[in-house]
Design a protein around this ligand. Structure first.
Ligand code: DC
Length: 361
């Protein structure tokens, strides 16, 4: 079973925090900046006059054994925040000194292992946005939604300088951009948990995008994934008089038509279309259809149709479909299709369809 985590990873100043926070507000779900965990440890080390760059293995073991860290709400309605030894350091974690110390702290494998449980304990039934460097690779390799945000060093340098609020010239911009590029190289090549994109993450270079465009892209990607996992209604349909029979209920054969309407919409929602597939020389004739009828539908009922690509083997694909009226399941079933080419010969199901198959919960 995969975790209900929206992982947002990427290099420094790629806009992760801003995007993750805005995303959590839009979706009304919690948000955690995992960098704050490393920052909180760095804050405590500096308070204890320990040097994060030169701490010995013994000192580090004692330090961790003597530390309790959690991600909690300081007050019931407040956002999640980092609590270390019963204290919420909040804004004190955002100084340049803490940033530098945190990047040292993050290089210790013992620290990373120690923080694993804290981070993993945050995943639950409800979705959560988690932002960091290794959420999609090490903390939640099974996260349902993974994004890797990046932008060119110049754009990131500009964002960082604008954030500081101080005026800057071209030379400063170039210097900061060079520093960022060097830091990227260091992060990617470091031995412990190097920064890398998870293979199944959606990479977004947002150099030419503003916050709203980045958010829209992420929201649409999440929605598409939900559709493909059969969690989202793809089609709403008001039953016309023509669909009913003499008993005043939807004629049983029409459900297969609804299944087909669903397949068409699902492909379009996923950025494909059946017509495009045919233009590429593939057809998917139905070779089996199953429908179980649970409860009748009537004239003017509004039907919600959901489903997914459930199985893809060689030349066959099975597509499931469910039809609800409100919370009531009216019918469910599936169709099996054989994939054929223009000559009518069976061929492997194209990646455009097999790629839609998603692990089900
Ligand atoms: O995102 P940030 O600047 O708050 O992160 C602080 C430091 O922690 C930064 O040097 C990267 C590191 N970090 C990490 O190694 N892994 C994470 N999941 C999050 C942050």
């Amino acid at each position: 079973m995969s975790s209900n985590v929206i992982a947002i990873d990427g290099p420094a100043a790629s806009g992760k925090s801003t995007v993750a926070r805005a995303l959590s507000e839009r979706l009304g779900i919690p948000y955690v900046s995992t960098g704050s965990l490393y920052r909180a440890l760095a804050w405590k080390m500096l308070n204890r006059k320990l040097d994060p760059a030169a701490i010995s293995a013994e000192e580090l073991a004692v330090f961790l054994a003597d530390t309790s860290i959690a991600c909690r709400r300081p007050e019931p309605q407040a956002p999640l925040d980092i609590e270390i030894d019963g204290v919420f350091p909040g804004g004190k974690l955002q100084t340049a000194e803490i940033s530098a110390a945190a990047s040292k702290v993050a290089t210790y494998p013992e620290v990373r292992t120690w923080l694993l449980d804290v981070q993993r304990s945050l995943a639950g039934k409800t979705r959560i946005v988690m932002e960091g460097r290794d959420i999609g690779t090490a903390i939640f390799p099974d996260a349902k939604y993974k994004f890797f945000l990046t932008a060119s060093p110049e754009v990131r340098a500009k964002r960082r300088l604008l954030q500081s609020g101080r005026p800057f010239d071209r030379q400063t911009l170039d210097t900061v951009a060079r520093e960022i590029a060097a830091r990227d190289e260091q992060d990617r090549s470091r031995k412990t948990a190097p920064l890398r994109q998870a293979e199944d993450a959606v990479c977004l270079d947002n150099s030419g995008m503003d916050l709203e465009q980045t958010l829209q892209f992420i929201l649409e990607t999440i929605q598409r994934k939900d559709i493909l996992m059969g969690k989202e209604t793809v089609l709403q349909y008001r039953v016309p008089y023509a669909d009913t029979d003499q008993m005043g209920v939807v004629y049983y054969a029409n459900y297969l038509k609804y299944f087909e309407m669903f397949r068409t919409e699902m492909l379009i929602a996923a950025g494909e279309s059946y017509q495009k597939m045919e233009e590429h020389g593939y057809s998917l004739p139905v070779i089996e259809a199953v429908c179980r009828y649970k409860s009748p539908a009537h004239f003017e009922d509004i039907l919600s149709v959901t489903g997914c690509v459930a199985e893809c083997k060689g030349v066959r694909v099975r597509i499931e479909c469910r039809i609800h009226r409100g919370d009531t399941l009216l019918a469910e079933g599936y169709t099996v299709h054989a994939c054929i080419n223009r000559d009518g010969r069976p061929v492997r199901v194209p990646a455009t369809i097999s790629g839609l198959m998603t692990e089900k919960e």
